[in-house]
Structures are given as C-alpha cells and as structure tokens.
Write a protein that binds this ligand. Structure first.
Ligand code: ZN
Length: 246
C-alpha cells in the first residue's frame, strides 16, 4: 500500500502518525489508521473522499493540486485538539481517545477539518485568515448533510449563536454567513431547503469569495471590539474601510 504514497506523504505519516500503520489512499486523501479501525477504514476513506469531491464542486477550488499533496488524515495519541495544518504538510491530526471508534467519528470532526484546506487556497484566506473557523463551520452544515450526518441541526445551532451575538474565534461568523446565504438565495428563510441545494450553496460561496475581498466581514453584523481587533490584526488588505494608519 505504501508504494502508492509520495515521499512527502510518507514523511507526514512517519512524523505525525507513527502508530497508524494502516493506509487507505484515495485520489485526494491518504487515510492512515491503527489496527483497531481496520474493518471500517475503507468505508471511512470513501466517505471522506466523496466529501472532498463535494467541497471541490461547491468552492471551485482544488487544494490537492494547489498544495501539491493529498490531505493525510490520521490519529495521534499525544494531540489534544483536532487540527489541519498546511505548514506541517496538508495533514489533519485527530486526537486518539476522542475520535477513535466513537459514534459518527471521524466523519463528524472531519466535516469541519476537511474545509480548512479549501479555505486556505481561497481568496478569503488571501485577505484575512481570521474568518477561517467561521467559514469552515458554515460549510460544515451542507457537508454534514452530504455525509449523512445532521447538518440542519448544526446550522440551527450556529444561527442561534449569531442571534445571541456569541463571538469567539470567528465562530459566530458561521451563523452570520448562514443568515447572509438565506438572504442572497432569494430571501429564503427556509435554511432546510438551502442546505441541500448544492448549486445555491455554490453560488453563495462564489459570492462570499467576491464580496469579502474588499469588504470587512465584521461590517455585516454588530462585532465586539475583540472581533474587530482580530479582523484588523489579520487583515492583509486591501479593504476600503481600513486606512493606511490601521
Ligand atoms: Zn478549524
């Protein structure tokens, strides 16, 4: 199996997933896993691969090509939080205890992590990496639905957070983006219809990529000072609103 991996992918596996000896490669991913997961590995890898194809379709982006590596997904005993990293070589590292052999995992957590490389190669990241978490949580709704998980419940939770003006780590941007998406899709308030409408979601993403190139996202809601400060800190311009002195 390992013969299918590039030397870069083998290096990522060796460094980050030393205890994952099983390898299930696909066109856009390499799923590495410990023996406990052997019987489910093919089905997990297939679902994750389909999810990546779905994301390619709705974003028009191809991180496999742009990052010159498939995403390597695996488990690590030492890590506490799931993360995607470009610096460490396009890899998703999952905490062992929390996500191994747990119901709906690792599909559920990957419905967020898989979006990260797509955000990274998007125009949104070019201008402001701060909104990455919000963007990933936004697309997590349709992606969960696509993967057979409950995306509708997820979107409802994010909308509620936006209405309560919860703002942390860009997280409330997800709810704000859902509200915008409904407005843009012909004033549809029925989020349940929108979430399953692939071409409508694709249009929303396209519009997001265009809109926030020169327009701070925080102008669209009532941001806390912390959010505004973070957005300013991370912005790479060229926003009309942020002057030379900022
Ligand atoms: Zn994230």
């Amino acid at each position: 199996m390992n013969s299918n991996l590039s030397s870069h992918e083998v290096a990522v596996q060796t460094k980050h997933f030393p205890e994952c000896k099983g390898v299930e490669p696909g066109p856009d991913l390499v799923f590495v896993y410990p023996s406990e997961l052997a019987s489910d590995a093919v089905s997990i890898a297939n679902t994750l691969q389909s999810a990546i194809l779905y994301l390619k379709e709705i974003t028009g982006k191809d991180p496999t090509q742009e990052l010159r590596s498939r995403v390597v997904i695996g488990y690590n005993r030492q890590c506490n939080d799931p993360t995607w990293s470009s610096r460490e070589g396009n890899r998703i590292r999952l905490p062992w205890e929390k996500y191994l052999n747990k119901a709906k995992e690792p599909l559920d957590i990957c419905s967020h992590e898989l979006v990260h490389p797509f955000f990274f190669v998007s125009p949104l990241h070019e201008i402001n990496e701060f909104w990455g978490e919000g963007f990933c949580d936004f697309l997590r709704g349709p992606l969960k639905n696509f993967m057979g998980l409950d995306g509708k419940e997820w979107w409802q939770r994010k909308i509620k957070e936006a209405k309560n003006n919860k703002q942390d780590k860009g997280g409330n941007a997800a709810g704000q983006l859902i509200l915008r998406a409904c407005e843009w899709s012909g004033g549809a308030t029925d989020t349940h219809q929108l979430i399953d409408n692939k071409s409508a979601i694709r249009d929303v993403v396209k519009r997001l990529f265009e809109r926030y190139r020169d327009h701070p996202m925080s102008e669209e809601f009532t941001p806390t000072e912390w959010i505004t400060a973070q957005e300013r800190k991370y912005h790479k311009g060229p926003f009309r609103t942020f002057g030379e002195d900022d």
